[in-house]
Design a protein around this ligand. Structure first.
Ligand code: CUA
Length: 319
């Protein structure tokens, strides 16, 4: 049993203090009004008790009082709205140049891949002072990636990437929980986030047999699945599939006339369900790869496509 009882989890990320400030403000505000209203109930119950000699003729409240207690909370609520929205936006928008980590949830474990390729199970090592962006997907049911010390939590869904970012501030080990009931061993779907100083993190990374970086593994899969046959036409011959160089993050015109942004989810869908969104000027001839590539594999191919520059060369996507 955990004996070091604490009311609050540790505070170990840049956003944690801001989340706590909103939380404590809400607690203080509700505590204030709870006490005020409870106090008034007691006060009036005593003052107007049966038999008390008080004036009971003023049974109505003026319009001015009615209006004021409806209007007065408005600025307070708007203040809370803008404040918390500001914090929420900060949590939703990873800064540019964040370290990209892939997370695959399944019953009942977390499979994690570092940007350099190193794999971890139920553990995530990160350096302090560096924004870390997790791109997450589930292989089966809905899970939720929750690190209380960072005050971040994000559902991990089957069929669609979700993401979460944080910047750790204090070296140490922190709980990682699955925060969505996902079956028998949900309560055991736990792990730890190990926050290290940048130099410790570097030596931790170098202390292991090097795995392939996701983009390199992705390129191999890309060739193994013969994607290059259509997406990399020979010199001078128009390719049957749209070129992928410089595609990531760009708007893509579709045959329907719509335009979509080539983000992680678009690339994933186009690999697994190619006919869902067909690029304008191309035929829906690509076969589906659903069931043929694992979620990790899809993540690696997406990493490879992201690494492709305009010229077709692989861009260094270092950590
Ligand atoms: Cu996974 Cu609960």
């Amino acid at each position: 049993m955990n004996t070091d009882f604490r009311l609050f989890p540790e505070t170990a990320s840049t956003i944690a203090g801001r989340v706590d400030a909103v939380y404590l403000f809400l607690i203080a505000l509700t505590a204030f009004f709870t006490l005020l209203i409870a106090g008034l109930i007691v006060f009036f119950a005593v003052r107007y008790r049966r038999g008390a000699r008080v004036d009971r003729t003023k049974g109505h409240v003026s319009l001015w009082v009615e209006v004021s207690w409806m209007v007065a909370p408005l600025p307070v609520l708007l203040f809370i709205f803008f404040w918390s929205t500001n914090v929420y936006f900060a949590m939703q928008r990873p800064p540019a140049g964040a370290m990209e980590v892939g997370v695959v949830g399944k019953q009942w474990m977390w499979k994690i891949q570092q940007p350099g390729g190193r794999r971890e199970i139920n553990e995530l090592h990160v350096p302090t002072g560096k924004a870390v962006r997790l791109t997450m997907i589930s292989q089966d049911v809905i899970h939720s990636f929750y690190v209380p010390a960072f005050r971040v939590k994000q559902d991990v869904l089957p069929g669609r990437y979700t993401s979460l970012w944080f910047e750790a501030t204090v070296p140490g080990e922190y709980h990682l929980f699955c925060a969505e009931y996902c079956g028998t061993d949900h309560s055991r779907m736990i792990g730890r986030v190990v926050v290290m100083s940048p130099s410790d993190y570097e030596s931790w990374l170098s202390g292991s047999a090097a795995d392939e970086p996701p983009a390199v593994a992705g390129q191999k899969l890309f060739e193994q699945m013969r994607c290059d046959g259509c997406h990399r036409g020979a010199e001078g011959v128009p390719s049957r599939g749209p070129p992928l160089e410089g595609l990531y993050g760009r708007p893509v015109p579709l045959t329907t006339g719509e335009t979509v942004i080539a983000d992680d989810n678009y690339l994933r869908e186009s690999i697994l369900l190619p006919t869902a969104k067909v690029v304008a000027g191309f035929q829906p001839i690509m076969p589906t790869f659903q069931g043929q590539i694992s979620e990790e594999g899809v993540m690696q191919i997406v990493a490879y496509i992201k690494s492709l520059d305009e010229g077709g060369a692989s861009r260094d996507d270092g950590p």
